[in-house]
Ligand binder design. Structure first.
Ligand SMILES: *[C@@H]1O[C@H](CO)[C@@H](O)[C@H](O)[C@H]1NC(C)=O
Ligand SMILES: *[C@@H]1O[C@H](CO)[C@@H](O)[C@H](O)[C@H]1NC(C)=O
Ligand SMILES: *[C@@H]1O[C@H](CO)[C@@H](O)[C@H](O)[C@H]1NC(C)=O
Length: 308
């Protein structure tokens, strides 16, 4: 009897763990995707949504998860980070939180990243959703402490010093300095400034303006990359399997991106879909990913992995 009960409990516990893990990774994936491509994710940013309920528990909990399980070598004061975050947000009105207001918070969470694995992307959301597992080799913004902690959350203050507004937050477009936008802007800038070695940029060749100056990549990250630190910018243009094939390395806005890189003295490469070659690179590199995600992919998504 006793034995049966404990068995049941452990099974239950296991299920809970599995479910949590799945939903968290899903949430993280979607959030990260959204914030990197800020302008193209309106559903995440509906005006009627207020600050995410239980935000303090979520943020501090994620911080402990990250520093205990994800990246245990790092020491951070999670409570202090929260204090600095709260201070930045609630001491200003809901539409008036600048990147500078997050200065102390970012100071409390310095992070160094390894070279050669930085991945930037823009409007390749569907791909990231489906094959997030493939990207484990890369550092994306969501792998950083700040990305991990604030992924998929919404927040804003009310009047000065009256706490978070849980009933509604303004739209991005309504503010000059939106509290959520400002945090991601600074996080993206820090991330890009740290980028070194070979970096990879994933762009969506199935749309017009694959490289968009107004996206977080085009407006913040690109300008923060340092040609002294970055050896190669390797651009991957990914089109959906069934098209359309609108832009490529030699067509459309990507040509402008290459022009900008060239004028700033970056070394660069650009690869259009190269499914079969990429597939084999990926397959040889990491069968486990294939296994875990349960999908055998003959799809452009694997181009993302050619420098794994
Ligand atoms: C925004 O905040 C700054 C201080 O951070 C303040 O000087 C300014 O008046 C505020 N603007 C509005 C419109 O509230
Ligand atoms: C490219 O963008 C289109 C339109 O938003 C989307 O349907 C498609 O899934 C995207 N492709 C990738 C590889 O993410
Ligand atoms: C960096 O990228 C260049 C160009 O794609 C490649 O020749 C080189 O081997 C890469 N270096 C590393 C360390 O991956």
């Amino acid at each position: 009897m006793y034995k049966h009960e404990s068995l049941l409990k452990s099974t239950e516990a296991q299920q809970v763990v599995t479910v949590t893990k799945t939903s968290v990774s899903f949430a993280i994936t979607s959030i990260i995707i959204c914030f990197i491509t800020l302008h193209f994710c309106p559903s995440q940013l509906r005006a009627q949504l207020g600050t995410t309920p239980n935000i303090k528990h979520i943020v501090v909990g994620r911080c402990y998860t990250y520093t205990t399980l994800v990246n245990p070598s790092l020491r951070y004061d999670c409570e202090e980070i929260w204090r600095q975050f709260e201070e930045a947000v609630i001491s200003h009105s809901s539409c008036n939180v600048t990147v500078e207001d997050y200065f102390h918070m970012f100071n409390a969470m310095p992070q160094i990243w390894p070279c050669d694995n930085f991945l930037f992307w823009s409007k390749t959301r569907t791909l990231m959703h489906s094959y997030a597992a493939v990207f484990r080799h890369f550092w994306t913004l969501e792998d950083t402490l700040v990305g991990y902690m604030f992924n998929d959350l919404i927040w804003c203050g009310q009047e000065e010093d009256s706490g978070f507004d849980f009933s509604s937050c303004p739209e991005w477009s309504a503010c000059r300095s939106h509290p959520v936008y400002s945090l991601w802007r600074q996080a993206s800038q820090n991330f890009a400034e740290m980028a070194c070695g070979n970096i990879t940029i994933l762009l969506n060749g199935s749309i017009v303006n694959a490289f968009n100056r107004k996206s977080m990549f085009g407006s913040v990250e690109l300008d923060s990359l340092d040609p002294q630190r970055v050896n190669y910018v390797n651009i991957k243009v990914v089109t959906s399997l069934d098209g359309p094939h609108i832009e490529s390395c030699s067509q459309g806005s990507i040509v402008d991106l290459i022009q900008i890189l060239r004028s700033r003295g970056f070394h660069w490469t650009c690869t259009d879909n190269d499914q079969y070659v990429m597939f084999s690179v990926w397959k040889f590199h990491d069968i486990k990913v294939n296994y875990e995600s349960g999908i055998v992919v003959l799809d452009q998504s694997i181009t993302s992995c050619d420098s794994c």
